[in-house]
Design a protein around this ligand. Structure first.
Ligand code: 5GP
Ligand code: ZN
Length: 119
C-alpha cells in the first residue's frame, strides 16, 4: 500500500537502517544521503521516508511531503555550497526516463557545469 514500507524496496531498507547510507540531512518526513554512484561532485538523493513509487505519486498522495522533499533539496544545496553556482534537481519518472529505484527520490546534482538538454 502507498506510504507503507516495502520489504523489497532498496530505499525503504535504507530508511529502516537495514542498508547503510551516508546520510547528510534528516527531517521528520525525509532522508537525504549521498548517491552510491555520483554523477557530479555533489550528488545527493532526497527521499520521503514513506514509500511512494515516484515523485508525482508522492505529490498526489502527500503534497506536504513532496514540498518537504523540495525544501530539503534546497537545504542540501546550501549545505553543500552549490546554491550560489547553481544545481539541478532531477526527478526521473519511469524506466524510459532512467528511473531504476521505484521509491520517489530527488537527485540534487551540482559542483560542475550542467548541459542542456539533458541526455
Ligand atoms: P534513479 O535511476 O532511479 O533516478 O536513481 C536511483 C539512484 O540510486 C542512482 O543514481 C543510483 O546510483 C542510486 N543507488 C542505487 N543503489 C544505491 C544504494 O544502495 N545506495 C545509494 N546511496 N544509492 C544507490
Ligand atoms: Zn520504498
Amino acid at each position: 500500500m502507498a506510504g507503507e514500507p516495502q520489504t523489497d524496496c532498496l530505499f525503504c531498507r535504507i530508511v529502516a537502517g537495514e542498508i547503510p547510507a551516508t546520510v547528510v540531512r534528516e527531517s521528520a518526513t525525509t532522508l537525504a544521503f549521498r548517491d552510491i554512484n555520483p554523477q557530479a561532485p555533489t550528488h545527493v538523493l532526497v527521499i520521503p521516508k514513506a514509500h511512494h513509487p515516484d515523485a508525482a505519486s508522492l505529490a498526489a498522495a502527500e503534497p506536504e511531503v513532496a514540498a518537504d522533499v523540495l525544501r530539503e533539496a534546497g537545504l542540501v544545496a546550501a549545505d553543500e555550497e552549490i546554491a550560489g553556482t547553481g544545481y539541478r534537481i532531477v526527478l526521473n519518472t519511469g524506466a524510459g526516463a532512467g528511473q531504476t529505484v521505484f521509491h520517489a527520490h530527488a537527485h540534487v546534482l551540482g559542483g560542475r557545469g550542467m548541459q542542456w538538454p539533458p541526455g
